[in-house]
Design a protein around this ligand. Structure first.
Ligand code: GLA
Ligand code: ZN
Length: 666
């Protein structure tokens, strides 16, 4: 099901249940929401104890009333299912709903996001309230979307989850012999006699069977996805046909988001960049990359569900967003293909753990605040850009970023236990492309590679079945594939491939990886060639070429002169192998060379440093977003006859934290 709106969403998490005894404040909130150009709020996320104060006693009136009042003032509702935090009566009466940690201790009541995903009681209670919300609340025309729970994550090791895990394994492996083979359990005599003996990984028990760890992570995703499915089934049973979202988190490694995204209709995510900690453009690239990843999960527009209007209260330093940053961050979500920018939270709570978390309306409560002004400016800009809703991002370049490979790699006990710098390597590739204004998609190994001109695979350690064929065909058909060291090392059970790596692709790359040298933090090597020298750290793969051309060679160590970058022509295409962990400058030059050679579409001919430039398009127009995250104003000359500015004050220069959006007819 598609989620479509004719406007860009602007609003945020709103918790009126905290203010039911202050009708004056609730009235004022609606005025302020309207004035700030907010057109949507998320309601009910943590409202279970207000919605069902005692088992089977439901109070929905307050929620219905607020939804109605908001609707009459043009503000829609994203209605949450309340499963992110359960009421105390439930924990007391049914302790099985409480999560058990890996040391096999059951939690006491408290916190949130800590329920068992398997518990039939929890599932039943969720079913009942979700269905009722669908029947009695979501029928209001003000409700436009379901917000399923909140930030799914974590795992439960209770007996019910153990049993579900064993059943999942039984279905997957059929026989215990098969499981023993695939898990390599003869190692250290960890052989199982039956499925009943298997337990989830635990720091006080088994952690050394990598295949067990990997399957457990897969199971946690499976069980969470099943829980989401169950939540949504209750809504459908209650008659609701509204689309669904779940709010995801920044590079969260606990769940395979490609699988989670299949359960919902539209992806949304919660973004809390540490602005002003590092060079602002680096933070912007990090945030932009996560937007691109989130968009790629379904290959469809997503939106920013949460962001802080000013500072959070949970980061190590609660740095304020400097003037203009709230606006810039909101616009970046749109630039990267988002359908809206929402905040956490609309009104700051008075007590408990988030009382100092930033909000659109703070404890002072007035409109004459810096934050409120910036929110209002953002609301105006999003209104001006309404026609962009529904347009999409087209990318000719993609990065393979596979959750299972990341899990296995991080668990590998291999060449560099003090840090693989995997995400950093992905970011370097991404940065090289984005500085050229190339739009980037992310793919996992289940996705198709076709349609892209260049695909990068940084550290694709684990090969899921079939990926070799996809890569081979992609290159044979004319694609350019760039893979790095430590790729194609293990199969999907985390068993090392025999017979040479990168597995199944040695002919495609024209080489074999023979040994991998890991470097201490202080060690530096370099790749030299074509009159250039690029610094290398962390990893040096020693490859033996068999047909591949050497473009850069190592400068130092016993492997000086060995290939550091190679290229192999295979079929109609080209396969590059990056043997080492190169500095950013390498990726900048390399991506530029490839983009020029392959004629990759770029948002602009030259992009000054510090700018994030992206495009999206619909049938009629192409939209160009130019954002300046640099320290100085940047000259950005555009032919305004073709590309007409839609927002921002454009005089050939883009000021610091400013966003200029252009539109051109296709
Ligand atoms: C998360 C949660 C919110 C809130 C914010 C605070 O994203 O989903 O409920 O706690 O963090 O930053
Ligand atoms: Zn459990």
């Amino acid at each position: 099901m598609d989620f479509r709106t004719d406007k860009l969403l602007h609003g945020g998490d709103y918790n009126p249940e905290q203010w039911l005894k202050r009708p004056d404040i609730l009235e004022k909130d609606i005025d302020m929401l309207e004035e700030s150009g907010c057109n949507v709020v998320s309601l009910g996320i943590f409202s279970w104890s207000t919605l069902e104060p005692e088992e089977g006693v439901f109070h929905f009136g307050w929620l219905q009333e607020i939804i109605d009042k908001l609707y009459k003032r043009g503000i829609s509702t994203i209605l949450a299912t309340p499963s992110g935090a359960r009421p105390k009566w439930m924990a007391d009466k049914y302790p099985e709903v409480l999560r058990v940690d890996e040391t096999r201790h059951r939690a006491l009541f408290g916190f949130r996001h800590n329920h068992c995903y398997t518990s039939p009681v929890y599932r039943e209670k969720v079913h009942i309230i979700n269905k009722k919300l669908a029947q009695e609340v979501a029928t209001h025309p003000g409700v436009i979307l379901w917000h399923i729970s909140n930030e799914y994550g974590g795992e439960c090791h209770c007996p019910l989850c153990q049993e579900a895990f064993r059943n999942w394994l039984k279905e997957k492996y059929q026989t215990i012999e098969n499981l023993n083979d695939k898990w390599c359990t003869t190692f250290w005599s960890h052989t199982y006699n039956s499925f009943d003996q298997i337990e989830s990984p635990s720091k006080i028990g088994e952690t050394q069977l990598h295949a067990l760890n990997l399957d457990w992570k897969r199971f946690v995703t499976h069980q969470t996805a099943d829980f989401i499915h169950h939540e949504i089934a209750a809504l459908r049973e209650g008659g609701s046909t509204l689309p669904t979202t779940a709010n995801l988190m920044h590079y969260f490694g606990g769940l395979d988001y490609f699988k989670i995204a299949k359960e919902i209709d539209v992806v949304s995510w919660d973004t809390y960049p540490t602005w002003h900690k590092e060079a602002v453009i680096d933070t912007a690239y990090d945030n932009g990359m996560c937007h691109d990843l989130m968009r790629s999960l379904k290959g469809k527009p997503f939106f920013q569900m949460e962001s802080c209007p000013t500072s959070t209260n949970w980061q190590s330093v609660s740095k304020l967003k400097k003037p203009g940053m709230l606006f810039a961050q909101s616009m970046q979500a749109i630039a990267h293909g988002g359908e809206g920018a929402l905040y956490f939270q609309i009104r700051q709570s008075r007590g408990a753990s988030e009382k100092f978390h930033g909000a659109v309306i703070d404890h002072y409560g007035g409109k004459d605040t810096r934050v409120f002004r910036e929110v209002t400016e953002t609301g105006e800009a999003l209104l001006d850009l309404a026609q962009i809703a529904g347009s999409t991002t087209k990318a000719q370049a993609a990065i393979l970023h596979d959750c299972e490979s990341r899990w296995a790699m991080e668990d590998a006990q291999g060449p560099r236990n003090m840090g693989l710098h995997y995400m950093n390597t992905v970011k370097k590739v991404y940065g090289g492309l984005r500085k050229l204004g190339v739009n980037v998609d992310f793919l996992d190994m289940e996705e198709s590679l076709s349609g892209y001109r260049i695909v990068f695979a940084p550290m694709l350690y684990l090969f899921r079945a079939g990926i070799e064929e996809k890569i081979r065909n992609f290159v044979a058909d004319g694609g350019t594939f760039v893979m790095t060291y430590w790729s194609g090392v293990v199969d999907e059970n985390d068993l090392c491939f025999l017979g040479g790596t990168p597995h199944g692709l040695m002919d495609v790359f024209g080489l074999r990886s023979t040994e991998l040298d890991a470097l201490y933090d202080q060690d530096v090597n370099a790749g030299v060639g074509e009159g250039k020298t690029y610094e290398i750290r962390n990893f040096c793969d020693l490859v033996k070429t068999n047909g591949a051309e050497t473009l850069l060679a190592y400068r130092d160590d016993f492997y000086a002169g060995y290939p550091a970058l190679t290229k192999n022509v295979f079929g109609e295409g080209e396969a590059y192998y990056v043997c080492a962990d190169f500095e950013q400058a390498f990726y900048d030059d390399f991506c530029r060379k490839l983009a020029e050679e392959k004629g990759l579409e770029r948002a602009a001919a030259e992009i000054p440093e510090g700018l994030d430039v992206a495009t999206r398009e619909d049938e009629k127009y192409k939209y160009l977003f130019v954002q300046n995250y640099g320290a100085e104003p940047a000259a950005f000359p555009m032919d305004t006859e073709t590309y007409q500015p839609m927002t921002g004050e454009y005089d050939g220069v883009v000021r610091r934290f400013e966003t200029v959006v252009f539109r051109k007819e296709k």
